[in-house]
Design a binder for this molecule. Structure first.
Ligand code: NOJ
Length: 473
């Protein structure tokens, strides 16, 4: 399977490359940057949604599943992108949003029975705060996310058939798989019962409102796997990676139909050797981990884990066995935008979505117009400056991707000094120092790659350093 150990590069289309000067990235721009992805050595690109959308949730509110939003281009441009990606050996993954549509999708007007309704709200909170129910006429519709995103009723066979058509539509145009959005919200309790109070911790971060309640009725109903089986039936052997907001111990029924699930335990682990080890241990006890440490919802490596740790974080991400997802900009250590006001996203996620920094110019080579979100700091990190610098983060990430191909199978966590995460990957040993002090590392063989020069000296890892060494620990 091509995806078993693949590096998948997440493109946030609005912010990757603009080709027409309107300040918003587009498909022609994406196509013009495929050489960057091929040069970096990734296996595939996943693009966040490019369908027509009123942008209440920046594309995750879809108003037509089988078209391209004009801001990104059209189907001819999409076909050209897929063709050119394939010509470079790059697979293409789309983002499919099956749980909810946009409130402006014609289905909501034409097929109200395709959605979930109740005479009165129950106590389910929406993921973005407040009740998950909004009144329309004399009834209330369910929205697990924003009110502009009504939830589809996956127990209605017409919904299943319509979504299967969508999946087949893009596969027929050549896409190689899907990242499937918000799977945990696909199926709810058929009786829409109130959630009882929480009896045990959920295992992943929740809003205060959500954390008070047991998460047993509003999401992950037992027949979720049946819904996934219908998705698999439409997709053949295309690669399917699920966004399942659950600890990995609960993935099993989902992975009967999906190839992989995002490993949220690692994404949320603080930069601490013990916490990272626990997350990896939990997630690797079963199959199907898709590793991810950054994305358009939670921010980039250099801000999440600290600029001083970004290289070691990339080394960790790219040496774990299984598919690894790299968010655009992380290869140059791009930082998030400043915290504070979010002009577009009501949940405050603008800062994770600023444009890609290709050059050191004020608009960073992203656009000739006014960027929809300002550039963060192109003078500080950009592709052009880092490309020919052997000491750059970009060079490190490229070398890590190449080295990854030679590591071999299997992962064994090793005992190490406090603050040091260490594991055998195939016939190599990886060690990461999560602290600001030099620490001993259980590494014997010759260093194949380090996050910095002299990352390892006399068996001691430099502060914030990581290494991949030949031989077992
Ligand atoms: C997960 C997506 O990554 C996020 O951006 C979106 O807001 C929710 N799902 C709802 O679709």
């Amino acid at each position: 399977m091509w995806w078993a150990d693949a590096v998948v590069y997440q493109v946030y289309p609005r912010s990757f490359q603009d080709s027409d000067g309107d300040g918003v990235g587009d498909l022609a721009g994406m196509r013009s940057r495929l050489d960057h992805l091929a040069w970096l050595g990734v296996d595939a690109l996943w693009m966040s949604p490019i369908y027509p959308s009123p942008l209440a949730d920046f594309g995750y509110d879809v108003s037509d599943y089988t078209a391209i939003d004009p801001v990104f281009g059209g189907l001819a441009e999409f076909d050209a992108l897929v063709k050119e990606a394939h010509a470079r050996g790059l697979r293409v993954l789309m983002d499919v949003v099956p749980c909810h549509t946009s409130i402006e999708h014609p289905w909501f007007r034409e097929h109200p029975d395709w959605y979930v309704w109740r005479d009165e709200p129950n106590n389910w909170p929406s993921a973005f705060g407040g009740s998950a129910w909004t009144r329309r006429g004399d009834r209330f519709y369910l929205h697990s996310f924003y009110p502009e995103q009504p939830d589809l009723d996956w127990r209605n066979p017409e919904v299943v058939a319509a979504m299967q058509d969508v999946l087949r539509f893009w596969l027929a145009r050549g896409v190689d798989g899907y990242r499937i959005d918000a799977i945990d919200r696909l199926m709810k309790d058929p009786e829409l019962r109130d959630e009882p109070p929480a009896a045990e911790p959920f295992g992943l971060p929740l809003t205060d409102e959500e954390a008070k309640l047991a998460r047993i009725h509003a999401l992950n109903a037992p027949d979720t796997a049946e819904a996934l089986a219908t998705i698999r039936a439409a997709c053949g052997d295309a690669f399917l990676v699920g966004e399942i907001y659950l600890p990995s111990a609960k993935w099993q029924p989902y992975l009967e139909h999906l190839d992989a699930a995002f490993a949220f335990e690692l994404l949320f682990a603080p930069w601490d050797a013990g916490a990272l080890r626990a997350a990896i241990e939990a997630t690797t006890s079963g199959p199907g981990a898709a590793w991810v440490m950054s994305n358009h919802d939670f921010g980039r490596l250099a801000t999440r884990f600290g600029a001083e740790n970004a290289r070691a974080a990339a080394l960790l991400l790219l040496t774990l066995p299984g598919a690894a997802f790299l968010y655009q900009g992380d290869e140059i250590g791009q930082r998030d935008g400043p915290p504070g006001e979010s002009r577009y996203d009501r949940a405050g996620r603008d800062r994770y979505r600023h444009p890609m920094q290709w050059t050191g110019d004020p608009a960073a080579g992203f656009t000739t117009g006014t960027p929809w979100l300002p550039l963060v700091d192109p003078w500080h990190s950009n592709v052009e400056a880092q490309r020919d610098d052997p000491a750059s983060m970009l060079s490190l990430v490229r070398e890590l991707i190449a080295l990854r191909r030679t590591l071999g199978d299997g992962l064994r966590l090793l005992d190490a000094a406090p603050g040091v995460l260490a594991y055998e990957r195939g016939d190599h040993t990886v060690a990461v120092n999560t602290t600001g002090d030099a620490r001993p590392a259980p590494v014997g063989g010759e260093v194949a790659l380090g996050t910095q020069s002299a990352a390892l000296r006399d068996g001691t890892l430099a502060p914030h350093a990581g290494v991949v060494a030949a031989g077992r620990g």
